[in-house]
Design a protein around this ligand. Structure first.
Ligand SMILES: *Cc1c(COP(=O)(O)O)cnc(C)c1O
Length: 401
């Protein structure tokens, strides 16, 4: 460790390590583990997208370095998709950039927008990359607590004025991982006002915009007036089209910010394989029936797990979006203890909320990336655990003190 740069040791501890180790150990012993920990679609990429990639991979004109900013035809497909789906007008030439998955663009943003010693406003709990990328840019994340009382949205009013003045960037993510909360345009409007007041750059991460249920449509941050003056939005093909392994996403919005991100990227990576961008065009411009079918599958899974957890006495809200359930930990457990309990006693892997930030304590995240059948099995085991718990309580002799 001693030969590493200081910024490596400044990274927060990896709190999932204990769960990972116990999961491996259980599997080694031959336990039948149901993994509701990872947020990685188990369903395959739709065939028309795979075919477009194969075809393009066979074309030698795609074999050389791609452009840094991405193929104009891919960026035009993103712009067309935004116009149609989000009612947002974008100039493909300078308001869209191709990313090696949205994580890449998110992780490089602090290098583009923060000076050493800078401050980023980061939701807590959150996708860990916002905090870690800020630390890797020699800057300081300032947590914005997401609590049940505020529907898991930051309470902008309560942010310390001095911190808001000092901060350069603010990360946001709705529909949200890990809480599955959603945001309306009115919230985004308040964010734009806040950003203008404090001269902040808003980085909105929106990979779950298409995984929505019961008629809910997730808005783009850029769909509110003034948003494009203060921010950019990250999008991804990963969750929408089951393409996490392909590594393709995009950032859209303010042209100066897109240019800043491009300046960093130009010196670090050399773009996305053109065959993948052509596959991305097939995804964005082809039939969206595959997305509807995905959503139907996740909704069925959501309802199975929701019913199962509730009948096991676990408190959980019905989410309008994402493939996560954010469940309250029963009294007497920390989030890590409850995750370990579910793993050791039911063979069900979950993610302890505290791993996403201090304010995630008291919750565990269940993901819906296994079949309905396996989810039913997970529910059975968790229900059985509760019944056994009740039996134990009943049979315990009352103790005198
Ligand atoms: C999955 C996920 C991403 C990363 O998506 P990629 O495009 O695959 O890099 C980004 N943000 C959040 C909140 C996610 O859950």
């Amino acid at each position: 460790m001693s030969n590493y740069a200081k910024r490596i040791s400044s990274l927060p501890p990896y709190l999932f390590a204990e769960i990972d180790a116990r999961k491996l150990e259980a599997e080694r012993k031959g336990a039948d583990i149901i993994d509701l920990g990872v947020g990685d679609p188990d369903l395959p990429t739709p065939p028309h997208i795979v075919e477009a990639a194969c075809h393009a991979a066979n074309d030698p004109s795609n074999h050389q370095y791609p452009s840094y900013e991405g193929m104009l035809v891919f960026r035009e497909a993103v712009a067309a998709w935004y116009r149609q789906r989000m009612h947002v007008k974008l100039d493909a030439a300078d308001e869209v950039i191709t990313l090696i998955g949205s994580k890449e663009g998110i992780a490089h943003s602090p290098l583009a927008f923060l000076d050493p010693g800078g401050t980023a406003l980061v939701p807590d709990p959150a996708y860990p990359v916002y905090t870690n990328a800020t630390v890797l840019a020699d800057s300081t994340p300032y947590p914005l607590p997401l609590t049940d009382e505020h529907d898991f949205k930051p309470d902008l009013e309560s942010i310390d004025r001095g911190v808001a003045k000092r901060a350069r960037i603010m990360f946001l993510n709705y529909p949200n991982n890990p809480t599955a909360a959603t945001a309306e345009k009115s919230f985004f409007k308040a964010v734009v006002d806040f950003a203008n007041e404090h001269d902040l750059i808003v980085l909105h991460d929106n990979p779950y915009s298409e995984l929505t249920f019961d008629g809910y449509e997730a808005p783009s941050f850029l769909a509110v007036a003034g948003a494009k003056e203060v921010g950019i939005e990250f999008g991804s093909l990963s969750k929408t089209y089951n393409m996490t392994g392909w590594r393709i996403g995009f950032a859209v919005g303010n042209s100066d910010l897109i240019k800043g991100l491009k300046l960093v990227k130009t010196n670090i990576d050399s773009g996305v394989f053109q065959a993948l961008q052509i596959a991305g065009i097939a995804a964005l411009t082809g039939s969206q029936d595959c997305v509807k079918s995905n959503v139907r599958i996740y909704r069925e899974r959501r309802d199975i797990l929701l019913d199962g957890l509730r009948s096991a006495g676990i408190e959980v809200k019905k989410p309008k979006a994402t493939f996560y359930l954010w469940a309250a930990v029963p009294d007497g457990f920390s989030s890590i203890e409850f995750s370990i309990f579910l793993l050791e006693r039911a063979g069900v892997v979950t993610t302890p909320g505290v791993g996403f930030g201090e304010n995630g304590e008291g919750f565990v995240r269940f993901s819906l990336c296994v079949s309905a059948e396996r989810l039913r099995e997970a529910c059975e085991r968790i229900k059985w655990l509760r019944e056994e718990n009740e039996r134990c309580k009943k049979h315990k002799q009352p103790t005198e003190n």
